[in-house]
Every structure is written in structure tokens, then in C-alpha cells.
Design a protein around this ligand. Structure first.
Ligand code: C2E
Ligand code: CA
Ligand code: CA
Length: 737
């Protein structure tokens, strides 16, 4: 079963793919954006860090300056010993290596007890009254790198000396500078000219950082050099700032911050990998989050798709699938066949299948079994016809199949009937009969309802026919159906216009040779033409009009009897046919009794002919008992054509059996059936049931029947069915008045 909305299922995955693609592109743009942002952030943070560090460092230096100041202020008697003593008792002493006193001639005494010559530096140390902090230099005492805090004072109010407080650069570096960013970031303390005073990386001091950076960038990108030059210029202008530059394929971030002391600068330099790490962390998080979001979107979409598909399937099932048989229903049939009819086809048939007596099957075995039977028939049909065929259950127990086949349609039909007849339900075998109506669809026919009607008409024809199980709709059938249609149109009017008249066929007693009774047989006189009952009775049985007609005939018979009762001394027992459709409607007994009573006729003066096939109906024994109780004589018509046996009749309140004409016909020929009549009559006698022979046409038959003890003879040998008038003439001739 194809679903035309299949394409829709592909739309959602396509949309999802496009969305994922868009998210990937957005992701890449996002990464770029984050990279820039992080870069900017890092620079900004680095700037902040440099500012704070610079503050810390200058604070520390100010503190050192204050220590120097304090020592100097505490000096009362200006002697070397006193200075050293004061120094030794000073709290901040640990941070310094020694204190020294420099005289104008360069002689310098230190708290270590050594004397060195600093005459070369006299100009520097004596140039100002302010406290100075020196660049990194080599100690004359121990050759270590040192920095010197110095202040010029008046020694004993006359001689000028400089007090020097010495800090080891190493210590200095430990005090001020620290490794940042997990040791990857380096801090440099430089002069405004770029000379390195101290650094946190144990690098060589005294060299020029600008030159060093430029050196590393030899033959490298212009942009980097420009950046370095720009930094140099900005530092020259005492500006703060940050920059990014590349060195051997690695990115570096640099922040430069004025220290506020000696026009020194603090430089922080950190590799890009630090940023990359930061960035990676952010990206990782982003990636995880995006993945989660995409997964959630994917799962939700998948859920929606599956749900939608389920819903669609469910709706499709509700709309097009028959719940019991799991094959298509009528909607499915109409829609699919309409599609097929639009296509170019050849050898296409429609078969409608109807289960005979499905109602009885349900009653006898229950609805569950009934449903299983339907399911099994669906399975048989699905197996028998190929996938292109349209197989559905149209209603109740009616199936329809449209299929293409070059095979003989009679063979196909017989095959279906045979397959179904062998049905097994839960390993139990059931004898199932089905009827088929078949129509070969002509090219150009497009309206499925009309096509279905034709197959259903053929099916209808089978149903009223005991020896046919399938029928193909053809022109003949069409004419017949047209005729039936016309009959149906006219039947009520015919009844009102009294077009139905009774003919009476005498029944002669083999014993007295007198008229014992007569059968009332209906004729339809239309436009002065007599229509025989076999042309309309089967139709009336099907459309139930027979109930009206039988009642009408019964009424007329009663009226005739009433008249004859006045006219004659002895009146024959008149038998009236009563249809099977009528008998199952048991309240007819009351109606018939009322009619008889109205005409002052006793029920025992009338015989009801019930066909043998009617005795197969459910609950018939009960109905017959009621008929008997009402007083009517009961005879079994067409005996021998059905499947009942005399032993079955034993349980029924039967007065007579009418042996069917087919048996009587055998009397002329030497046949075993001849013997059967003998046995029937013999057994009937045992059961005290009278026998009537029907359709007796020859003297030979009469003589044989008389010989074997048949009670009554009806047939052309004595008389054809006669109009009321002719019957009266016949009776007066045989019986006299
Ligand atoms: P049936 O009840 O078996 O009636 C006997 C049929 O055999 C009658 O045909 C009768 O004309 C015919 N027949 C009698 N003797 C001979 C004979 O020697 N040779 C031949 N070839 N035929 C003979 P008819 O009148 O055409 O009736 C046909 C059937 O129509 C009847 O068969 C009966 O089943 C049905 N029928 C007739 N009238 C009524 C009616 O008022 N109500 C019902 N329900 N059915 C009726
Ligand atoms: Ca009859
Ligand atoms: Ca008969």
C-alpha cells in the first residue's frame, strides 16, 4: 500500500541537515569571533595585570626608599659605626645585602667591613638630593648583580656623603617580579630606553629588550617590527599599552606599564599558547554545548518524525485498513481502484465475493469464529492475487478484488471457491460456500461505483440460484436485470390492479379417481399476456415481495372457497404455496387465520405447501408445529430435491409429501430412481404421511404410481392449471355438483 506523503518524510531530514550545516558555519564564525574576543580580552587583562604589578613594584620600592629614609633620619652622630648599627637594627634589613657610605673621593665603606672604590660613579650618586634607585650593576664587593638605593646627606653638617642601600638583583627579582600564567609569562623591569633592569626569567640583565625583540624578528614580518617600534615610541612618550606580536610562529602578548619610578617600565610578555589554552577551554565548552543542543534537536526531530509517521500510519489504518481482515476497506478500494481506472489497463476484472449464510455461521459458532473466517478469507485472497491487485472487504461478509489476468476467469473463480471451501480455523475444517459476482471492466470505464454495481448485480443473480456459485456479468444478464428492474417497478401496481390471478391445478385421488384437491398457482396477466411464475417468483423471493403476493393469493383462495362453499356440496382441499421467506416470519399464521376466519373458512380446509428446502431453515420445526396447531394441513413440496430425509420428517408435523417431478420423470425409463419412489411411498405409509405425485404426464406413470400405492396424482395427464372458471367446469364435469 503506497503512501503518497512519502516525500514529506524526506523533507525533515533535509531541513535537519541544512540546520546542522548552518550551525557548523555559525560555529566556525563563532570560534573566529571568540578567538578575537579572547585575544582582545587577554590583552586587556594583561594590561590590567601590568598596572597592578607596576603598582606593587613601585609600592615595594617606595617602602625600600622609606627604609633608607628612616635609617638616615635616625642618624644623630654621624659616624660610620652608627650608620651600620642603625642598619643592623632595622626591621627591613633582610631584604638588603648591605649598607655603605660613599665619600666624595669614591671611597666607600660597607657594613660588611670592606672598602671599595666607587670614584667612577661619583657623578651619578652625588647628582641629586633625592633618593635614587640604580640600574642593575655589578657589585665591587662580591661581583654579584645589585641595585642600589642611594641618598646624598650632609655628614656632620659639612661633608657630603651618600648612603647606599644595596639589594641583590636576584633578591630584587624575587621580591618584585613573578612568573605569571603558570610560569609562561615573564615580567621585565626596564628603563625607558629598553635596558633590562630585572626580570623574572633569570635572563641576562642589562641588554636592550627592544633590540632583543627586534633581533628575534629578523627577516620576519614587518607588522611585528612595526608593533615593537610602536611600543618603543609609546614607552618613550611614557604611555602604557599592549600589543600582539609573532615570534617563530608563536604568538606573544605584551603589556607595558609605566612604573612611576625612575621612568622605569614594567613589561609583561606571555605566549599565545596561554590564550590558546583559554580559547580551547571555551571552545571545548562551546563544542560540548553545541553537541548537546544538536543532539537534542536531532532526537526531538527524530521523535517528531517517528511520531508523525506513527500518527500517519494510524490514520491511514483507520481510514483505509479493515480492522478485522487487515486488508483494505471500502475507502481503500474506492480510492485505489479509481487510480487504477485512470491508468491504461487491459484484462481487468472485478470480483465481489459473498459468504453464503454468514449470519448462520456467526450464530452457530460465535462472532469470534466469524471474524476469524473473514480474516482467513482475506489471507486466501491476498495469497492468490498479486501485489498490484486491490483486495478489500467492502462490508460485512463482502469482499472485492480488482486484478489483471489473462487466465480464464472461470478457472480463477472456481479456484477461489475451492480454496475457500477448504478453510480451516484453528485446525478445524469448515465447509464454507461463497458466491462470486464477476465483471470484466471495459476500457474507458472510470466510475468505480457503476462497475461495482454490475459485479454486485451478477452476485445478486448467483444468490437466487441454487446451482451456481459464480456469475459473470454479461449482456444477457444485463437484459435479465433490466427486465427484473422493470418487474420491480411494476409489481405493486400489478397487485393493486389485480393483474395476479389464480389458476387451479386439480389433484386426483388414485383410489376414487375424483378431485381430491387443487393447487393454487399464480399467474401474472400483463397486457393480455400470461407471465409464468418462474419469471417473477424468484425475484419476489429475493425482494420479499413474495410475502405480499402469497398473502394476496391466500386471501383470494379463501374468497373462492367461500363462494364454492355456497355453490357446491363438496369442495376440494385447496393447497397454497408459501414461500420460505414467509415461513421464517412466523406471525404470518395469525394473519392467515384472520383471513380464513373473515371468509368463514376453517383452517383445516386449506393446505400449505412448504418446499423441502424451507425445512432446512432454523427453528422450522417450531414454526411447523405452530402451523399445525393452527389447524392447516401441511405438505412438503418438491420432495427429493433437497437434502432432508424421511427420518428427519419424522419429527415434523407433516400430513403429505409431494414427490418432485424429476422422480416422476424417471418412471418411463428403467432407473434406480424408480425404486426410490417406491421406497419413499413405502416409508411415508409407515409414518402415516400421504403421498402426492407431481408432474404426472403419462398413463404409464399413473399406472405405476397406483401400483406402488401413491395416494394422489397431480399433473398434465389429468389437467393443466386452470383458470377459476375452467376449474369450475372441470370439477362439475368430474365430480358433478
Ligand atoms: P410448484 O409448487 O412445484 O408447482 C407446480 C408446478 O409444476 C406448476 O408450475 C405447474 O404448472 C407445473 N406442473 C404441474 N403438472 C405438470 C406436468 O404434468 N408437467 C409439467 N411440465 N409441469 C407441471 P407453475 O405454475 O409455473 O409454478 C411454478 C412454481 O412457481 C411453483 O412450483 C411454485 O413453486 C411457484 N408458485 C406458483 N404460484 C405460487 C404462489 O402463489 N406462491 C408461491 N410462493 N409460489 C408459487
Ligand atoms: Ca407447489
Ligand atoms: Ca412442486
Amino acid at each position: 500500500m503506497k503512501e503518497k506523503n512519502d516525500i514529506k518524510i524526506f523533507i525533515i531530514p533535509t531541513i535537519i541537515s541544512i540546520l546542522i550545516l548552518i550551525s557548523i558555519i555559525l560555529g566556525i564564525l563563532y570560534v573566529e569571533y571568540i578567538r578575537n574576543l579572547t585575544s582582545k580580552n587577554i590583552l586587556k587583562n594583561l594590561g590590567e595585570l601590568a598596572k597592578q604589578e607596576a603598582e606593587n613594584i613601585s609600592d615595594k620600592m617606595q617602602e625600600h626608599k622609606r627604609i633608607l629614609e628612616t635609617i638616615i633620619n635616625q642618624i644623630d652622630i654621624k659616624t660610620e659605626d652608627e650608620v651600620f648599627k642603625k642598619y643592623n637594627t632595622n626591621a627591613g634589613k633582610d631584604e638588603f645585602s648591605r649598607i655603605a657610605i660613599l665619600y666624595k673621593d669614591g671611597k666607600t665603606s660597607t657594613s660588611d667591613g670592606t672598602v671599595v672604590d666607587l670614584s667612577q660613579d661619583i657623578n651619578y650618586f652625588f647628582q641629586t638630593n633625592e633618593i635614587q634607585i640604580s640600574k642593575t650593576r655589578l657589585s665591587k664587593v662580591d661581583k654579584k648583580e645589585i641595585n642600589i638605593y642611594s641618598k646624598k646627606i650632609s655628614w656632620n653638617n659639612q661633608e657630603e656623603v651618600v648612603i647606599l642601600l644595596v639589594v641583590e638583583t636576584d633578591k630584587y627579582e624575587n621580591l618584585f617580579l613573578q612568573s605569571i600564567y603558570n610560569g609562561k609569562g615573564i615580567e621585565y623591569l626596564i628603563t625607558v630606553n629598553g635596558e633590562i633592569i630585572a626580570n623574572s626569567n633569570k635572563e641576562e640583565n642589562g641588554i636592550n629588550i627592544f633590540e632583543k625583540l627586534k633581533e628575534n624578528n629578523k627577516n620576519k614580518i614587518n607588522k611585528n617590527l612595526k608593533n615593537i617600534e610602536k611600543m618603543e615610541q609609546e614607552i618613550n612618550k611614557t604611555l602604557n599599552g599592549q600589543m600582539l606580536y609573532k615570534e617563530k610562529d608563536n604568538n606573544f602578548y605584551i603589556a607595558y606599564q609605566k612604573l612611576g619610578i625612575n621612568e622605569w617600565y614594567l613589561i609583561i610578555r606571555t605566549p599565545g599558547s596561554v590564550v590558546a589554552e583559554e580559547l580551547n577551554k571555551i571552545l571545548k565548552m562551546t563544542l560540548i554545548i553545541t553537541n548537546i543542543i544538536i543532539s537534542i534537536i536531532f532526537i526531538i526531530s527524530l521523535y517528531i518524525i517517528i511520531n508523525n509517521k506513527k500518527k500517519k500510519d494510524k490514520l491511514f489504518k483507520l481510514a483505509y485498513i479493515d480492522e478485522i481482515t487487515k486488508i483494505g476497506n471500502k475507502n481503500y478500494f474506492i480510492e485505489e481502484s479509481q487510480k487504477l481506472l485512470e491508468s491504461n489497463f487491459e484484462n481487468i476484472y472485478l470480483i465481489v465475493l459473498d459468504i453464503n449464510k454468514f449470519k448462520s455461521f456467526n450464530k452457530e459458532y460465535g462472532h469470534k469464529r466469524g471474524n476469524e473466517l473473514l480474516l482467513n478469507i482475506g489471507k486466501i485472497l491476498t495469497k492468490k492475487f498479486n501485489k498490484e491487485s486491490i483486495i478489500s472487504r467492502l462490508a460485512n461478509d463482502i469482499f472485492a478484488i480488482i486484478f489483471e489476468s489473462k487466465e480464464d476467469i472461470n478457472k480463477i473463480s472456481e479456484n477461489i471457491i475451492e480454496n475457500v471451501s477448504k478453510i480451516k480455523i484453528e485446525n478445524e475444517k469448515y465447509q464454507i460456500y461463497v458466491s462470486l459476482g464477476i465483471y470484466k471492466i471495459k476500457k474507458g470505464e472510470k466510475i468505480i461505483e457503476k462497475i461495482l454495481d454490475k459485479a454486485l448485480l451478477a452476485l445478486d443473480k448467483v444468490k437466487g440460484n441454487y446451482n451456481k456459485q459464480y456469475m459473470i456479468y454479461d449482456e444477457l444478464l444485463e437484459k435479465e436485470i433490466e427486465k427484473e428492474h422493470e418487474i420491480e417497478l411494476n409489481m405493486q401496481q400489478a397487485l393493486d390492479n389485480q393483474e395476479f390471478v389464480i389458476y387451479y391445478q386439480p389433484k386426483i385421488s388414485t383410489r376414487t379417481k375424483k378431485i381430491e384437491g387443487a393447487e393454487a398457482l399464480v399467474r401474472w396477466i400483463r397486457n393480455n399476456k400470461v407471465i409464468p411464475p418462474n419469471e417473477f417468483i424468484p425475484l419476489f423471493e429475493k425482494n420479499k415481495f413474495i410475502i405480499k403476493l402469497d398473502t394476496y393469493i391466500f386471501n383470494k383462495v379463501c374468497e373462492d372457497l367461500k363462494e364454492w362453499k355456497r355453490k357446491y356440496n363438496n369442495i376440494p382441499l385447496i393447497s397454497v404455496n408459501i414461500s420460505k421467506e414467509h415461513i421464517v416470519k412466523e406471525d404470518f399464521i395469525k394473519d392467515y387465520l384472520d383471513i380464513a376466519k373473515k371468509n368463514k373458512i376453517d383452517s383445516k380446509e386449506i393446505e400449505l405447501e412448504i418446499t423441502e428446502t424451507a425445512t432446512m431453515e432454523r427453528d422450522i420445526v417450531m414454526v411447523m408445529k405452530k402451523i399445525k396447531k393452527a389447524g392447516f394441513i401441511i405438505s412438503i413440496d418438491d420432495f427429493g430435491t433437497g437434502y432432508s430425509s424421511l427420518s428427519m420428517l419424522q419429527n415434523m408435523p407433516i400430513d403429505k409429501i409431494k414427490i418432485d417431478k424429476t422422480f416422476i420423470d424417471q418412471i418411463n425409463i428403467k432407473s434406480t430412481k424408480k425404486n426410490i419412489i417406491k421406497y419413499i411411498i413405502f416409508i411415508a405409509k409407515q409414518l402415516k404421511i400421504k403421498t402426492v405425485a407431481e408432474g404426472v404426464e403419462s398413463l404409464e406413470q399413473v399406472e405405476y404410481l397406483e401400483k406402488i400405492g401413491c395416494d394422489t396424482i397431480q399433473g398434465y395427464y389429468y389437467s393443466k392449471p386452470l383458470s377459476k372458471n375452467d376449474f369450475e367446469v372441470y370439477k362439475e364435469h368430474i365430480d358433478g355438483l
